[in-house]
Design a binder for this molecule. Structure first.
Ligand SMILES: [Ca+2]
Ligand SMILES: [Ca+2]
Ligand SMILES: [Ca+2]
Ligand SMILES: [Ca+2]
Length: 438
């Protein structure tokens, strides 16, 4: 009798403890944005977006956390509400299958006990799991009928345009802009680190550089960033991300333009993602020399005592405007990622394609030059200064659409190895599971 009572006590104790353990937030990741398509949010479909709020358990209390819902039109374009070429969804502000719920993983919390959810008219539970270590966290999307709680007072990232059409993007650790690059949103010309506009480092970059050397019917065509048209057509500026429609065109030859239809720039508080659909209007020769496109970031000599390293060259080399023996001996294979960093901060860059063979062709490689005396127009500060990026071999590509994405992450107080937190965003995407509320 006494024994069975003891066993009973043990069992009930372990169950209670088990539940408690289960419901705690264990997820450690902080940087990742979470994007959930409407179609995964079943019971919330058709609800008015105005009346939705996202909650997380914080210190034992369900608290409103920052989120945004980006609507998409039936044809799959974002419903940009600002700028020149705005679009509207057709369902009068309701959540539907192709709209997107977006929030930051850091705002998640523990699992809410059922009694704390009783007051919610309608909700779904969203569980987040890190695929690497199985750590978990939760948020709750709630649809209200009448009394809707206030939104969280947080704006992680914002975009400001000035009269000339130039813009600045402010994230957590940085401000970037294209002030010195007329009419080309791809060519950022400024990166400054700091938490507020008042306390910023000097601008550490010269500019982002794009180059294409193509062979078409054995005619060599060279194109520089200045011959591109890239403008922000329309945009969404929410608390979690800025989405801008990037209209990119590169004049090729004989009236042909390489167009990048529906290309976007997504800015989060840690940096940018630039998914680009490159539409080649014609077949490119499989010639020797190769047709190559280059994308790189040239630093400014103001970036003093900065270093470069990457996925194939883990020992940092000195950025000082001179190619050292170590720099000349860098392994030039196409990098999984590149890092430049110094006292002001660090910048991680990645270029990935939907089809991996795009980066495994013969002339795909690292681009790296640290040679201040060698001009590399167009530029604001003469010469290559830790100019690091990617060269993609376009030889033999057939006409068609090629999908890729260019990622740039900015971090102040960057320490060697910090890139690992950013690489997980794409390499180890957080798993999302939505369950119906009772
Ligand atoms: Ca929609
Ligand atoms: Ca909608
Ligand atoms: Ca050097
Ligand atoms: Ca330069």
């Amino acid at each position: 009798m006494r024994l069975s009572l003891l066993i009973f006590l043990c069992l009930s104790f372990s169950t209670a403890w088990g539940e408690e353990k289960l419901s705690r937030k264990t997820l450690r990741r902080r940087l990742d944005p979470i994007v959930v398509e409407g179609k995964a949010l079943g019971p919330m479909l058709g609800q008015s977006i105005d009346k939705l709020r996202l909650f997380a358990m914080k210190r034992g209390k369900l608290t409103v956390v920052p989120f945004q819902i980006d609507e998409k039109t039936p044809s799959g374009n974002y419903a940009f509400d600002k700028g020149a070429d705005t679009k509207k969804d057709v369902d009068n502000g309701a959540l539907d299958a192709n709209d997107e719920l977006v929030f930051m993983v850091r705002d998640s919390g523990g699992q809410a006990p059922p009694k704390s959810l009783k007051a919610f008219p309608k909700f779904v539970e969203i569980r987040l799991t890190d695929p690497k270590d199985k750590r978990v966290a939760w948020v709750y999307l709630v649809a209200f009928k009448k009394k809707v709680p206030a939104l969280a007072d947080v704006d992680y990232v914002s975009i400001q345009f000035d009269k000339g059409g130039f813009f600045n993007i402010q994230g957590k650790d940085f401000i970037t802009g294209n002030k010195r690059s007329l009419g080309n949103t791809l060519r950022s010309t400024s990166v400054r680190f700091g938490e507020s506009a008042k306390k910023l480092s000097p601008n550490v970059i010269d500019c982002i550089k794009t180059r294409a050397k193509l062979f078409y019917f054995a005619i060599s065509v060279e194109r520089y960033g200045t011959e591109m048209r890239a403008v922000i057509g329309a945009y969404i500026d929410g608390p979690i991300r800025v989405l801008a429609l990037n209209v990119v065109e590169v004049y090729l030859i004989w009236g042909f333009w390489i167009r990048a239809p529906n290309s976007l720039i997504k800015y989060y508080d840690y940096g940018s993602e630039m998914p680009t659909n490159m539409k080649l209007p014609l077949n490119i020769d499989s010639a020797n020399p190769a047709s190559v496109a280059r994308l790189s970031m040239d630093l400014s000599p103001r970036a003093q005592s900065w270093r470069f390293y990457n996925s194939w060259n883990l020992a940092p080399v000195k950025v000082d405007g001179v190619m050292s023996a170590k720099e000349k001996a860098l392994k030039m294979s196409f990098p999984k990622w590149n890092v430049v960093y110094g006292a002001e901060g660090g910048i991680v860059q990645r270029l990935r394609f939907e089809k991996e063979e795009m980066t495994s062709k013969r002339f795909c490689r690292l681009f790296y030059k640290d040679a201040l005396h060698e001009r590399d127009e167009p530029e604001n500060e003469q010469g290559h200064f830790g100019n690091a990026g990617f060269e993609v071999d376009l030889s033999g590509l057939k006409a068609g659409v090629y999908k890729g994405c260019y990622y740039t992450y900015f971090k102040k107080s960057f320490r060697y190895g910090d890139e690992r937190f950013y690489l997980d965003i794409v390499d180890q995407p957080i798993k999302v599971k939505v369950s119906k509320g009772f």
